[in-house]
Design a protein around this ligand. Structure first.
Ligand SMILES: Nc1nc2c(c(=O)[nH]1)N[C@H]1C(S)=C(S)[C@@H](COP(=O)(O)OP(=O)(O)OC[C@H]3O[C@@H](n4cnc5c(N)ncnc54)[C@H](O)[C@@H]3O)O[C@H]1N2
Ligand code: MOO
Length: 646
């Protein structure tokens, strides 16, 4: 049976946000913020409830700021190299009478009567006298009471986030405990009969609860206290009970999944029973079915179940409310202007969020869109930037100037290296070495060898891995580079020779021995995408053997990487696919060698860019070559040889 609410109204994001926040403000949610008193030493990252004032001055006594002697400045007036002043040295502690001094160390209390310190380097000691050859100014080298902080002075203002130095200043100013805003307690309720809490319970159709830990970490990073609840199965009463109990002891309730229009999606109806639903459905993608409600004066939000949707809607709606609840402003993310590397389509009427790789290529910041599925958690971890395609747009052409929100404010664009082209496991190793040595971060987009050459030509990548066999000459790569990149300043360096072959299930149950066997009935092939070097190799070999594509079952089924081919075979979706030996080795598959091909890198950097030298140095290092060969099926002995420069 259906639960009634079959379609969602889609409200513009700003309107939804305003509606929810205004309702919360009207309920007094952002006023009367609860506070608590905590030890100053535990206060890192906490927000002050009110301004904090010094209860004692710093320093709280007059003290020596240097090692030397404490003197009466007036006793030293007129001292010169020729006519030094002689002062009798008294035991430590003084009091200093006219014509006397005593030895002090940095930090010692200045003895009574003294009003200056002369550094030990400027004193000549003789018997029980100290001789000084220059006059001391009154209060020189003395730390005077209150010189740093005066009693009653403000140390930190209200609504201030306590940092490490604040802790020192507060302690110095005599405070041991301070009042801070209580961390908002945020209940996180995962829902769904298919959701399990641990890997041990995983089975087909079961999904590991990765959203709760992600959201708990996110709300903690926004200053709140996450309170994780048990998984609630798809049961209306159980969900109502869990939300109601959380409203008793938390300041905000987040439910995960069950937001859309499915038969077991109860979020909307439970929230309307417990309070008022202000929004169900926002014109954003992903994240459309988000539910925004106010129940018993507290925010309750139903996040869509797909991880990317859940994280985006949490950032858009949860974060500003939690910051406001702590009296903190929402600082906008840092932005950069960039050139969009690839065309992007979008639906009119929906604001679409796209995650991006970023890098500075030949003086211009390039943004390469990552894959867009709402379930692709890897698109969150790979993203360096986020952009929103406005609701009124149906897409953006490649090359469009766009504004990108940086995913992390410390992102150093000059450290990013964008790799586009054919995927190879050796690139992941290259990334690891670059990170270890120069702190450079390699981001890879797998678009095949031809896609890589085009990206270099358009200055949209720093590096492209290619393995393209020229039909006419039988030569790898350079014929294509000469033809397509003539006049473009770039360099081609060799990476490795590697074995390509057929990946088949362990033990080769179908008895496949060669490409010709792919035409046998009952054999399902899995192909690589057009434009990839592996696909070109297959087509070249098929032509040579006189086999037509139509004779191979599964020829039209394409995936984008060697590992995806291997995974399809390991999972039983296909019987054979062309790929590198390393991919077979990684997933324990059998391998039937077909060809030995040349894998090279095109490097697209200005001549003085240190990143290019860094890459070549890694390629030439014994450590890197050894690790590549350990992947299986590689000869990396000539890695780093320069093959072509334009
Ligand atoms: N007829 C319609 N179908 C759907 C609509 C719609 O408007 N009409 N919206 C689609 C959109 S958009 C999204 S987003 C999803 C939202 O789905 P729900 O919030 O109802 O979530 P579920 O369907 O239960 O789950 C979606 C997906 O996420 C997985 N999941 C759920 N919880 C977790 C968790 N804690 N950790 C990891 N993964 C989780 C769940 O297993 C599903 O695979 O609905 C579309 N359908
Ligand atoms: O809007 Mo859903 O969030 O597409 O994935």
């Amino acid at each position: 049976m259906h639960n009634g609410k079959v379609y969602l109204d889609c409200m513009p994001r700003q309107e939804a946000e305003a509606l929810w926040q205004n309702a919360l403000a009207a309920a007094g949610y952002f006023a009367r913020l609860p506070a608590e008193e905590i030890a100053v030493e535990q206060a890192l990252g906490r927000v002050t409830e009110c301004a904090v004032y010094a209860v004692q001055s710093v320093p709280h006594y007059n003290g020596a700021a240097m090692d030397g002697i404490a003197v009466r400045a007036e006793d030293t007036f007129g001292a010169t190299e020729r006519q030094p002043k002689k002062l009798r040295v008294l035991p430590a502690g003084g009091p200093i009478l006219p014509g006397t001094c005593c030895i002090v160390d940095t930090g010692d209390v200045l003895p009574p009567g003294a009003n200056a310190v002369v550094m030990v380097e400027d004193v000549h000691f003789a018997e029980d006298y100290a001789e000084i050859a220059a006059a001391a100014a009154p209060w020189q080298h003395v730390r005077i009471i209150g010189e740093d902080i005066v009693q009653g002075e403000m140390i930190v203002p209200e609504r201030h986030v306590i940092g490490p130095a604040d802790i020192a200043a507060l302690l110095a100013a005599g405070l041991e405990r301070i009042k801070v805003i209580a961390k908002p307690r945020v209940a996180i309720i995962p829902t769904g009969t298919e959701i399990v809490a641990s890997r041990r319970e995983l089975a087909p159709g079961r999904i590991l609860d990765i959203n709760s830990p992600m959201l708990a970490a996110a709300v903690a990073s926004w200053g709140a206290q996450p309170v994780r609840r048990k998984i609630v199965r798809d049961d209306r009463a159980a969900l109502a009970q869990a939300v109601s109990a959380s409203l008793d002891d938390c300041d905000m309730v987040i439910t995960i999944a069950g937001t859309s229009a499915g038969t077991e999606d109860y979020t909307y109806s439970v929230m309307s029973e417990l309070g008022q639903v202000l929004v169900h459905g926002v014109a954003i993608k992903p994240g459309k079915p988000v539910v925004l409600a106010v129940c018993r004066g507290k925010p309750v939000i139903g996040l869509p179940g797909y991880p990317v949707s859940a994280m985006l809607t949490a950032e858009l709606f949860v974060r500003p409310v939690l910051l406001a609840r702590q009296g903190l402003p929402t600082t906008p993310p840092k932005q950069v202007e960039a050139k969009l590397a690839r065309q992007l389509f979008s639906t009119i009427g929906v604001e679409e969020y796209v995650r991006l790789s970023l890098g500075n290529v030949q003086g211009r910041i390039v943004a390469a869109p990552l894959a867009r599925g709402a379930g692709l958690i890897s698109s969150l971890t790979r993203a360096r930037g986020l952009m929103a395609i406005p609701a009124e747009s149906d897409g953006l052409a490649a090359g469009t100037a766009i504004t990108v929100n940086l995913c992390c404010p410390e992102l150093e664009l000059e450290r990013q290296i964008l790799a586009v082209g054919s995927h190879d496991l050796a690139l992941d190793l290259l990334g690891m070495h670059l990170r270890r040595h120069g702190g450079h971060i390699l981001s890879c987009a797998n678009v095949g060898s031809m896609g890589g050459i085009m990206a270099i030509r358009n200055n949209e990548a720093h590096l492209a891995g290619i393995h393209l066999l020229d039909d006419e000459t039988g030569e790898y790569n350079l014929p294509f580079v000469r033809r397509l990149l003539a006049g473009h300043k770039c360099m081609v360096v060799h990476l490795a020779r590697r074995e390509q072959g057929l990946l088949v299930a362990p033990g080769n149950p179908k008895g496949i021995r060669s490409l010709a066997d792919l035409t046998q009935p009952g054999i399902m092939y899995i192909n690589r995408q057009r434009g990839s070097g592996t696909r070109m190799l297959l087509d070249y070999e098929l032509r040579r053997l006189g086999i037509a594509a139509g004779q191979i079952q599964g020829y039209e089924k394409e995936v984008a990487t060697h590992m995806a081919v291997a995974a399809s075979i390991a999972g039983g979706a296909a019987d054979a696919g062309l790929g590198i030996r390393a991919a077979a080795q990684a997933l324990g598959l059998d391998f039937i060698p077909i060809a030995n091909e040349q894998y090279d890198l095109i490097l697209n950097f200005a001549d003085d860019d240190e990143r290019r030298e860094e890459i070549i140095a890694v390629l030439r290092s014994d450590g890197y070559r050894r690790e590549v060969e350990a992947l299986g099926g590689y000869d990396a002995s000539r890695a780093g040889t320069v093959l072509w420069v334009d």
